[in-house]
Design a protein around this ligand. Structure first.
Ligand SMILES: [Zn+2]
Length: 230
């Protein structure tokens, strides 16, 4: 790496070193590069917000810091000295560690985003709403009441629980919680807390889908029992 290299060459060298994929959108590529530098602790803490990503005159109205775009970190100048530091971190396995962690978090976020819809889809696909009449169930007709109580009610509970858990780690809640963050450490802790919640939500949704599919299997037996009585 020549110290005379211009900044564009520098960007290309850093992107190659830190495995930033090619992207026709230069600003996206830059953002990814900066995220990786931050992930390797090579970025600088934003002076304006002190690393929390929020900047406001009044504690009640948090707002995204425009010094760092809310990330809490600002891009360092791409120099030969920084390149050598980054190279050492790549060799020590720190980059691989960061990328593995990033993939896990991205996957958890995707799974969390799909969680509510996934459970709703399984609930619909179970056919429970076609298997009984809720109006008759409310009037106490034995067959409809049994389907309602033993099949649909627990499905509804599973859905509600996933829906509630999803709200606790959705974007709005994150933005709201971010308002009370004051330091870079608190910001990191909040990110980690949400990553864990999303991971747990994805597992909860998967379990709920499996339980809904099991509950649906009760329907034919209940139908048979009541047909035999009739
Ligand atoms: Zn900032």
């Amino acid at each position: 790496m020549k110290t005379t290299a211009n900044q564009t060459d520098m960007t290309d060298s850093f992107c190659a070193l830190l495995q930033v994929p090619a992207n026709p959108d230069a600003s996206k590529r830059h953002r990814m590069l900066n995220n990786r530098l931050a992930g390797l602790d090579l970025a600088n803490t934003c002076n304006r917000c002190g690393g929390c990503g929020q900047y406001s005159f009044c504690a009640m109205y948090g707002s995204t810091c425009f010094g760092c775009g809310g990330s809490g970190m600002v891009a360092p100048k791409l120099t030969a000295a920084l390149y050598r530091k980054a190279e050492a971190l790549v060799e020590s396995g720190k980059l691989a560690e960061y990328l593995t962690d990033l993939r896990a978090k991205t996957e958890a976020k995707r799974a969390a985003d799909r969680a509510v819809n996934g459970v709703m889809t399984a609930w619909r696909a179970s056919g429970v709403s076609e298997a009984y009449n809720w109006h008759k169930a409310a009037q106490g007709v034995p067959y409809d009441e049994e389907i309602s109580d033993t099949v649909n009610a627990p499905m509804c509970e599973l859905f509600d629980a996933v829906n509630k858990a999803a709200q606790l780690c959705d974007r709005n809640t994150f933005t709201y919680r971010l308002r009370s963050v004051k330091t870079a450490e608190e910001r990191k802790a909040l990110d980690a807390e949400f990553a864990t919640m999303r991971f747990e939500l994805a597992k909860q949704a998967e379990a709920a889908v499996a339980q809904i599919q099991e509950l649906a299997k009760l329907i034919p037996a209940i139908q048979e029992k009541h047909n035999a009585k009739a």
